[in-house]
Ligand binder design. Structure first.
Ligand SMILES: [Ca+2]
Length: 284
């Protein structure tokens, strides 16, 4: 019996040592629920659970973002970011150009906007590398100002899926209640799952929308199998003026937590082994 216990403990110890070297999560995606910190300021996703409107043709497969009432299901602001291209967290709209216009409910000082975009040739979903994603803001919901084009991350993906994150990070915050993200995708299916708008309560320190600076990003990955969708297209929207430029930051994963957990298990196993061995020695 004791041998069994010792064997189990040794296994746990070896596993805990080896595990951190393993790929814990292949996922990709970004974290839309955790605030990001830039220059010591924490910006939360102020678009979380906010309502929005979309343009483009309705997609009617299981990756749709349209309810039976014709309104968006909310996939773009629910905080759930697809971890693979065939993840039903994706909320597709069809058209070469589509847009998502989010009403934040009140003005916020916006620092960064991040979204994801998948491509999959077998399903006719265009390569995200060909996409241009642009951010506009508005204080009244009707007159929009272009803030800048989002910068795409390096390509990630598995099984034929291609994923890129698109991020526009501003040098100075811009104050706005409405945020519009347009996707020019060079194809029909706009395969995205989330728009995160990182900002803080609007105070005096944020500027009026005009220009921007600094996008950036990082990205996740994906995987897949299954079947595609159907066809066609239509159009989208936007309004605006000038542009911006670039650099920034992003995502996070729970990998560190796992490593800590394994380390704790390892130490516990080691202590247990030492106790068992000491007891055995006493018995001898
Ligand atoms: Ca989502």
């Amino acid at each position: 019996m004791r041998k069994l216990i010792v064997g189990a403990l040794i296994f746990m110890l070896l596993f805990s040592i080896a595990a951190p070297g393993f790929s814990v999560s292949a996922a990709g995606s970004f974290d839309a629920k955790t605030p990001i910190t830039i220059d010591g300021v924490a910006y939360s996703n102020v678009a979380l659970d906010k309502s929005y409107e979309r343009t483009g043709d309705v997609y009617d497969g299981k990756w749709t973002d349209t309810g039976t009432d014709g309104k968006p299901l909310g996939k773009m602001t629910d905080g759930v970011v697809a971890e693979a291209g065939n993840d039903e967290a994706v909320g597709c709209y069809k058209s070469n150009e589509t847009s998502v216009t989010i009403d934040l409910g009140k003005a916020y000082a916006i620092k960064q906007v991040t979204t994801d975009l998948y491509g999959f040739a077998d399903w006719g979903i265009p390569d995200p590398d060909l996409a241009t994603i642009t951010v506009f803001v508005s204080s009244d919901g009707s007159s929009f100002t272009k803030v800048g084009d989002a910068q795409k991350s390096e390509e990630k993906g598995e099984g034929g899926w291609k994923l890129r994150l698109f991020t526009l990070s501003l040098g100075e915050t811009v104050s706005a209640r409405y945020v519009r993200v347009t996707y020019k995708i060079n194809g029909t299916f706009c395969w995205t799952s989330e728009v995160a708008v990182f900002g803080v309560e609007s105070s005096s320190e944020s500027s009026e929308p005009t220009e921007s600076s600094a996008p950036s990003s990082e990205a996740p990955s994906s995987s897949a199998s299954a079947e595609p969708a159907s066809s066609s297209s239509s159009s989208a929207s936007s309004a605006a003026s000038s542009a911006g430029t670039s650099s920034a930051s992003n995502p996070e994963t729970g990998e560190d937590d796992l490593i800590y957990a394994f380390a704790i298990v390892g130490v516990a196993a080691l202590v247990s082994i030492m106790i068992v061995l000491r007891n055995r020695r006493k018995e001898c």
